[in-house]
Design a protein. Structure first.
Length: 50
């Protein structure tokens, strides 16, 4: 939780969410996840499904 407060995305939470809620979708690698979160944060875009 503390990581979210300072804006650091939590990959383990993402993986758990994807496996539980979207098992048909592929899970991004850590590198792809982190890059996507950085882009979403600094470009003001979304990216979250829920």
């Amino acid at each position: 939780m503390g990581r979210l407060i300072v804006g650091v995305p939590d990959y383990d939470t993402y993986v758990e969410h994807m496996r539980r809620v979207h098992p048909e979708r592929p899970v991004m690698s850590y590198e792809a996840f982190f890059a996507e979160r950085l882009e979403a944060r600094y470009r003001g875009g979304g990216g979250r499904c829920c």
